[in-house]
Design a protein around this ligand. Structure first.
Ligand code: SF4
Length: 443
């Protein structure tokens, strides 16, 4: 075990993976070596997730396992969202942890490792300076993570929305948009390294530029990106906020061929009263109009959303209204979560009155409803020829994604035969399931 070998374990969402990648680059620049196996590392960094109860439980379990199997002189650092909010609890629940680093100071990871290597064993080092946000550019460090032919790129961090159930603004602080020039510079680097799909992420991509005084910032960013990085074949936008998908954004998406006709727009619910209690936009007319505008401008538009079931006060009638809304919208993809009680958020005073078994039953019913809707959307693809970005090959089968599917969360296109990972193939769709499509390769 070399004391300068570091293993980073990333939990949670793609935004956290980007932070882990950036921490890895900071460490490598300081002379540390990254290793994949925690057992072989002198330092193990766990970039935790603290978004909801299940994610926190997973973070505690992994930290606990690592602490239990810790080798002599090995150092464990808990970083990320969980530690930003629950610093003392993390240290007291997992006694073997040596260092606590808040998510807002991910860029200080090498400094924390050096300090830990110098200090006496047995003392816990806390590195959570008062920082209002988690923004921050480190020269030469990419805010992106690559997987096969795709790369997630962070365009902003933090959130100013008031969603009553969400702890992210408490964890991440106010939104900080990255300079457009930095994003374009990184997009060029990624394109030159062979990336074919750039996936734009932030807590709320449609808020991009608000802190920089840029109106309609996401649309303007996409215009600049497509003009200045014209060889990036696919650009995908995730996490749009209802009410902020502007006419200009729709026009840019419809007229710039690099931008995929795909949008992830978490709606969270389909009943205005539930949405009001969630402190979310509750104008369902806006949702209907905006989806119509998008589908008129881009008839092949693929839309994803996320919903919460069992929010405090959700009646049977409100839940039914959500199912009816989903039937009406016919979204290509949807995910759902049972409400997770988060102390300190605006919904705390509402408690968690919907019983767990009701939440589970509603979740199952919602997912069954969406499965039928997704199946219908997929069946409508049969006969189409799609460009598919290859993600994996094995046992005579190729797995890839078309523009309709975002990495990790949506479906796949399955074809027979081999292809090169990270390259495009043309596939004629001949079969549809609820999540995936099958097809024949044409080239
Ligand atoms: S938009 Fe709402 S749900 Fe999303 S990160 Fe911000 S506060 Fe949380």
């Amino acid at each position: 075990m070399n004391k300068n070998d570091i293993c980073i374990i990333s939990l949670g969402c793609a935004k956290n993976i980007v932070d882990s990648e950036s921490m890895g680059q900071v460490l490598q620049r300081d002379g540390y070596r990254l290793v994949a196996e925690p057992k072989k590392a002198g330092v193990v960094v766990v970039n935790t997730c603290g978004f909801i109860g299940d994610a926190r439980d997973e973070s505690y379990t992994i930290l606990g396992e690592l602490a239990a199997g810790k080798r002599k002189n090995q150092l464990i650092i808990a970083a990320g969202c969980l530690t930003q909010r629950y610093r003392e609890e993390v240290a007291s629940r997992i006694p073997g942890i040596n260092g606590i680093l808040g998510t807002r100071r991910w860029m200080d990871i090498a400094q924390v490792v050096r300090a830990l290597q110098r200090q006496k064993p047995g003392e816990t080092l806390y590195h959570l300076p008062e920082t209002p946000d988690s923004g921050g550019e480190v020269e030469g460090v990419l805010r992106a993570t690559r997987q096969a032919g795709s790369a997630y790129i962070k365009i902003a961090d933090g959130c100013r929305r008031p969603c009553a159930f969400c702890a992210i603004p408490l964890i991440k602080g106010k939104p900080v948009s990255r300079p457009t020039d930095s994003i374009i510079h990184e997009a060029r680097i990624l394109q030159e390294s062979g990336v074919k799909e750039l996936v734009l992420i932030a807590q709320d991509t449609t808020d991009y530029g608000s802190d920089l005084g840029i109106a309609d910032g996401l649309a303007k960013l996409l215009e600049q990106l497509t003009s200045e990085v014209p060889d990036m074949p696919w650009i995908r936008v995730m996490y749009a906020y209802p009410g902020y998908v502007t006419d200009r954004l729709i026009e840019v998406m419809a007229t710039r061929p690099q931008i995929l006709h795909y949008l992830d727009i978490p709606l969270q619910h389909g009943h205005p009263d539930t949405l009001k209690r969630m402190k979310r936009p509750h104008n369902l007319g806006w949702v209907r109009n905006t989806l119509t505008k998008m589908r008129t401008a881009m008839p092949d538009m693929s839309i994803r959303s996320t919903f919460i079931v069992g929010y405090p006060g959700e009646t049977d009638a409100e839940f039914q209204a959500l199912l009816d809304f989903m039937e009406e919208l016919k979204l290509d993809h949807a995910g759902a979560f049972p409400f997770s009680f988060e102390p300190g958020t605006a919904s705390e005073s509402l408690g968690d009155p919907v019983p767990l078994e009701v939440k589970k039953a509603r979740l199952e019913q919602l997912m069954l409803t969406q499965e039928q809707i997704s199946l219908g959307c997929n069946q409508a693809q049969v006969g189409r020829t799609l460009d598919v970005l290859v993600e994996g090959v094995g046992d005579g089968i190729t797995l890839g994604r078309s523009y309709r599917d975002a990495p990790e969360i949506d479906g796949l296109v399955i074809t027979a035969g081999d292809a090169e990972v990270g390259q495009f193939i043309k596939v004629k769709v001949n079969g549809a399931m609820a999540h995936d499509l099958t097809g024949t390769r044409l080239d």
